[in-house]
Design a protein around this ligand. Structure first.
Ligand code: AMP
Ligand code: ZN
Length: 137
């Protein structure tokens, strides 16, 4: 357990949460600051901060639970869709430094995430970036 980590404390049952699902490795509970009704968080019980720091087998445990929980949220709330979102690092909006996946129920036209700042690469830039990334695989 990481010092002063609120999600480690939730996983250990030391602070309360509104639980949706729990198994040996994973727990899902309602977000206390939802952006829509039923906004759910799915976390590993063990403390990791970011996706690339988490062992693949732990990520596999999380991703094997995601369809069950997302499907239940989708069916129970009669929404039109949902986002699965994982913020990694403060720059990406991560405030709680314990890996977590948001399941955010969505209704058509709800205005959640209304801005998606898409742009087009100039000639050659995509290939240049891909080469840099592939070199680190
Ligand atoms: P992020 O910005 O991706 O780190 O999101 C952290 C999320 O955790 C936010 O949506 C918070 O509302 C949520 N959160 C923080 N503390 C708790 C808590 N004690 N129980 C449930 N959700 C929490
Ligand atoms: Zn933690």
């Amino acid at each position: 357990m990481a010092d002063n980590c609120i999600f480690c404390k939730i996983a250990a049952g030391q602070i309360p949460s509104v639980k949706i699902y729990e198994d040996e490795k994973v727990i899902a509970f309602l977000d206390v600051g939802p952006v829509s009704d039923g906004h759910t968080l799915v976390i590993p019980k063990q403390h990791y901060t970011k996706v690339h720091e988490c062992p693949p087998e732990i990520l596999a445990s999380i991703t094997s639970v995601l369809p069950k929980v997302a499907g239940a949220v989708f069916a129970a709330l009669a929404v039109d869709g949902y986002n699965v979102l994982c913020n990694n690092g403060r720059a990406a909006g991560q405030l709680v430094e314990h890996l977590h996946f948001h399941i955010i129920p969505r209704k058509t036209g709800d205005g959640v995430f209304s801005h998606w700042p898409a742009f087009k690469y100039p000639q050659g830039k995509a290939e240049e970036l891909a080469e840099k990334i592939r070199a680190k695989l």
